[in-house]
Write a protein that binds this ligand. Structure first.
Ligand SMILES: [Zn+2]
Length: 380
């Protein structure tokens, strides 16, 4: 990217941040003044700010309007959070001031704010960028997000209205349970997914960089040393590599599941990211999150019926007769034995089957080799 374009993007970002902070200040003032919802006509104010400040006028109007829309959205969402008795500005998700060195650099442009021509991206305010395409755009994009990652690389991410690409029906249903050793245990043995140990090699490196960072951590108020910054960059790079491998594995697996099954019942797992959890647990949670995310997207793209299932008590319920055991299975117990119907199955397999039953899907569709339905008529 040319240095002119970089400079232009950075100034655009500075202006956007100024507008955002102005919004925060105005809405806080309104709250303090006792106006109940803190409503401030921000869009109108923007016109005022632009006529007052020449440097603000130099930037495109579109990204600044987008900033106002983003702020309004975040603000009204936080206002709905009525459970807390916290002061207004402390509420969860309440927009805060963006500090220059802490906020991540992002610019959003909607349809009227950008143009693609001869492989170049033209942004409002006369910014021209040459784009290196990672893949072809399947259709006209409706918006674009320009951002810089923590390694200093610039990216343009286009939003394209995804058209459903329905796949042929298979008549199959699958239940999926998430876990540590096996990222996914399913009702179909061929679709279980072992925890990919991507991190293993790179994790050692990450740990080393983190130790380097800890030793060189700058004192409050002091600038970070060169060694600290280098370690930080290397750690970020290693993290990124792991995330990319994880996503790749997840996407391939999701594609296979979605291709072979019409109906998918998935445990609605939400990682808790406990501070005290082990590295292995963290890695497993991250793998589950990435895999679940890819599966949901893939199912949506190919118009499959995916149902998220509440995971409460799954280790206590029998996947065959639906009876609930009196006690939860201890983690060490890997086999589920039903006292009601006598079914014995590996613990995770039982849970996968419970997902299917809870989603209201027919387990008969699972073992396609042994249909429980009416007998197939044989040709004479
Ligand atoms: Zn049972």
């Amino acid at each position: 990217m040319s240095s002119t374009a970089q400079l232009a993007l950075l100034s655009e970002w500075d202006r956007g941040r100024w507008v955002w902070n102005q919004c925060v200040a105005e809405s806080r003032a309104a709250h303090t003044a006792g106006e109940k919802c803190g409503f401030v006509p921000l869009a109108k104010m923007l016109t005022g700010w632009r006529s007052k400040h020449e440097w603000l006028r130099q930037g495109g109007c579109m990204p600044q309007q987008q900033t106002i829309r983003d702020f309004t959205k975040a603000h009204s969402k936080a206002l709905k959070d009525v459970k807390t008795g916290l002061p207004m500005r402390r509420r969860a998700g309440m927009p805060q001031f963006k500090k220059k060195d802490l906020a991540s650099l992002t610019l959003n442009y909607t349809r009227r704010g950008f143009r693609l021509k001869d492989g170049r991206l033209h942004l409002g305010g006369g910014i021209r960028l040459t784009v290196v395409w990672s893949r072809d755009l399947p259709a006209d994009p409706s918006s674009v997000r320009i951002y810089q990652d923590n390694l200093g690389h610039w990216y343009a991410s286009f939003v394209v209205q995804a058209e459903g690409q329905p796949l042929p029906e298979t008549g199959g249903a699958i239940g999926i349970d998430w876990g540590v050793k096996e990222t996914a245990t399913t009702t179909s043995d061929a679709h279980d997914l072992r925890h990919p140990e991507h991190g293993k090699k790179t994790a050692g490196k990450v740990a080393r960089y983190q130790r380097m960072m800890a030793r060189r951590r700058p004192k409050p108020g002091r600038a970070a040393s060169k060694g600290y910054r280098t370690a930080k960059r290397l750690a970020a790079k290693a993290h990124k590599k792991i995330a990319r491998q994880r996503q790749d594995t997840a996407r391939k697996w999701a594609k296979r599941v979605v291709t072979e099954f019409d109906q998918i019942a998935v445990e609605d797992f939400r990682p808790r990211f406990l501070a005290k959890s082990t590295m292995a647990r963290k890695a497993a949670d991250a793998a589950i999150s990435a895999t679940k995310h890819e599966l949901i997207n893939m199912a949506r793209k190919h118009a499959r019926d995916l149902r998220l299932v509440n995971p409460a008590h799954t280790t206590m319920d029998c996947g065959r007769c639906g009876a609930r055991a009196k006690h939860a299975l201890p983690l060490s117990e890997r086999t589920y034995t039903c006292t009601a119907c006598g079914a014995v199955s590996p613990r995770d397999k039982n849970s996968a089957r419970v997902m299917l039953v809870r989603a209201g899907l027919n387990p008969a569709g699972v073992d396609r080799g042994r249909p429980d339905g009416p007998p197939v008529r044989r040709a004479a």
